[in-house]
Design a protein around this ligand. Structure first.
Ligand SMILES: [Zn+2]
Length: 149
């Protein structure tokens, strides 16, 4: 059964029951109660559906954000070694990162290279110098030079 037909039947059933109950127990018009109950159900249904839809949109957006964040931290773009097509591949530091190209279907091996760089020093911090000069060695060298003379 179509969902819309099921909803209409349910609304009519609830309205008929409330109309019958109000007519037999309270003497109120069946038609008036039927119409009022139907309108109330439609209005209530509209607000409930709007609320559920907005809740679903928020949940879908949060899930999409999570997936995007996960891809940003756990995947990288790599060009195929055969055809050069860009592929989004998962990066597992201690795993096998080989991938099959989505364009040509050939198997690619992945080799990771670790690059080390100095972190930048904040502007308001005192700068420091890196020196290979060892003061102890420098003193010994000066002593040797002065002994030779
Ligand atoms: Zn390829």
């Amino acid at each position: 059964m179509l969902p819309i037909a099921k909803s209409i039947l349910l609304i009519c059933a609830v309205s008929s029951i409330s109309g019958t109950v109000s007519h037999y127990f309270y003497g109120i018009s069946f038609t008036g109660t039927f119409i009022l109950t139907t309108i109330a159900q439609l209005v209530l249904g509209y607000f409930v559906n709007t609320y559920l839809d907005s809740k679903e949109i928020v949940a879908a957006t949060n899930q999409q954000d999570f997936v995007n964040e996960y891809i940003e931290t756990h995947a990288a773009t790599a060009n195929c070694a055969y055809c050069g097509a860009a592929n989004l591949i998962p990066i597992i530091p201690d795993g096998n990162n080989d991938f099959e190209c989505t364009q040509c279907g050939k198997q690619n091996a992945v080799y990771m290279n670790i690059t080390v760089a100095q972190t930048t020093t904040p502007v308001d911090m005192p700068s420091y110098e890196i020196s290979n000069a060892n003061p102890e060695l420098h003193k010994i060298k000066q002593q040797i030079i002065s002994n030779e003379q």
